[in-house]
Design a protein around this ligand. Structure first.
Ligand code: URA
Length: 258
């Protein structure tokens, strides 16, 4: 066995396994290869959304995370900064998580230079912002922002599903915190977030001949809990409970970033 020379250095590579020592299968390398495969130079053109976006948001966070956060689709800020959940919804999610002792990282867009969309560009030209992802890997059902933040359409989600499969197969999370109805239905077929939130369920999918069964904890989408949209204060309490429950399932012994 030799140690992988990837950044995490976490994996031991079996020299006699089918892939040999030249192809590391640690989470970090799997995610890097998946990202490169999904976002070739020139950008992804697998669905119609590519022509209207500034950037394509593959997903981000520590590939060693035991917790995967699955949202709906990038919004305006995510499109601009090429990072999931850096806008108001992601900031609310981080703030509520912090209240129950869960570190989902930080976002600071103040230092970010402004970016304007280059005409007819589908290539990522995202600006930099200061963002960390804490104990989770974050992604969405699709990688591109739909026009005017409309809901993703089924052909768009279908086109983007192999990306999600690659992410899940690489990360192999212990639990997926599913944010909102669209992600819930996409992953489990279940309808209605109010009915299902807080109840752990399962997800099952197959990627390259391997079947994965990963527990799912559905909760509200944070965009629906923003000031002005929040219908009942107690939904914020339930939201925090769900975040904590997912965290406890993912990290029964706690999480530390060292
Ligand atoms: N809403 C989402 O569902 N995902 C994001 O990345 C941002 C907002």
């Amino acid at each position: 066995m030799t140690r992988c020379d990837c950044k995490t250095g976490a994996a031991l590579i079996c020299e006699s396994c089918a892939v040999g020592s030249s192809v590391c299968r640690c989470r970090s390398c799997l995610i890097s290869r998946a990202r490169a495969a999904w976002l070739p130079e020139g950008g992804c053109v697998r669905c119609k959304l590519h022509s209207g976006v500034i950037s394509q948001v593959f997903g981000d966070g520590d590939p060693g995370s035991r917790l995967l956060l699955l949202g709906e689709a990038p919004g305006e800020q995510e499109d601009r900064f090429t990072a999931p959940f850096v806008g108001p919804a992601g900031q609310l999610l981080r703030k509520e998580a912090r209240k129950v002792g869960v570190d989902l990282g930080e976002v600071d867009l103040r230092l970010a230079p402004s970016v304007t969309k280059a005409a007819n560009t589908s290539v990522s030209v995202g600006a930099t912002c200061i963002v960390t992802f804490g104990c989770a890997f974050w992604t969405n059902t699709i990688a591109c922002r739909p026009p005017n933040n409309r809901q993703p359409e089924s052909d768009e989600m279908e086109a983007c599903t192999p990306r999600l499969d690659m992410i899940m197969a690489a990360i192999r999370p212990r639990v997926i915190l599913v944010l909102g109805a669209i992600a819930l239905t996409h992953l489990t077929g279940k309808l209605g977030i109010t009915r299902h939130r807080g109840y752990p369920t399962g997800s099952r999918w197959t990627w390259k001949g391997e079947t994965y069964n990963i527990p799912v904890l559905p909760t509200f989408h944070p965009a629906g809990l923003l000031p002005g949209r929040l219908k009942r204060d107690e939904d914020l309490v339930l939201f925090r409970q769900d975040i904590k429950a997912a965290y406890d399932l993912a990290y029964p012994d706690g999480w530390s970033d060292v």
